[in-house]
Write a protein that binds this ligand. Structure first.
Ligand code: HEC
Length: 178
């Protein structure tokens, strides 16, 4: 009797081991399925990137400007001038393009308020489409209603100012022709 009982325990121990091994195998199958899913997702991404429009490019490039001009375009008092409601942003589009391409330094008045600081150039970091998109973005955000600019406009200003190696001063910029 006692030996039959021992045999029964042994059998059930084998059964438990078998179920555990089986369970382990079953766990692995969904794991490899899950790995196949993320691999498929990036493949769809290039098509989405290719279809982005100027609005989203402008918004994306503007992230670079937010450090100083802030997400709401208000700037920082006495340090970084506002783009929202700025008379310069609303003015000559070529001038705004030229500021983004080559930067600006020294005294400049925005809406009658003087700033005297330094903005480094972005012309090497962004292509004509990106500059056009960000200039259009700042000219049409936060209640600004100035006209859009195109990559061709930027290409023209870039070509006309290609020999520039320094940031603009406001004085130079008002005398420049593009
Ligand atoms: C590191 C800080 C900084 C960053 C980043 C920056 N700017 Fe500026 N920006 C300035 C400063 C400072 C001035 C004023 C320069 C002066 O005092 O001569 C200025 C001036 C301007 C002006 C003219 C003045 C006005 O307020 O209308 C425009 C337009 C402008 N920036 C647009 C941009 C855009 C677009 C970007 C992003 C591509 C950008 N800036 C990124 C600091 C910055």
């Amino acid at each position: 009797m006692s030996s039959a009982k021992t045999l029964l325990f042994t059998l059930s121990a084998v059964a438990v081991t078998a179920v555990a091994a089986c369970g382990g195998g079953a766990d692995k199958a969904p794991a490899s399925d899950a790995m196949a899913t993320p691999a498929a997702a990036p493949a769809a991404e290039p098509a989405a990137v290719a279809s982005v429009n100027m609005d989203s490019i402008g918004k994306e490039v503007y992230v670079t400007c937010t450090t100083c001009h802030q997400a709401n375009g208000q700037g920082v008092p006495n340090t970084y001038p506002p783009l929202a409601g700025s008379d310069i942003v609303a003015g000559d589009a070529n001038r705004v393009i030229a500021i983004v391409l080559h930067g600006l330094m020294g005294p400049v008045k925005v809406n009658g308020k003087e700033y005297n600081n330094v903005m480094s150039p972005w012309g090497a970091a962004f292509n004509d489409t990106q500059v056009a998109a960000v200039v259009t973005y700042v000219r049409t955000q936060w209640g600004n209603t100035a006209s859009a600019v195109t990559a061709a406009d930027v290409a023209k200003v870039r070509a006309a100012t290609s020999s520039r190696a320094t940031m603009w001063t406001w004085d130079e910029l008002t005398k420049a022709t593009f």
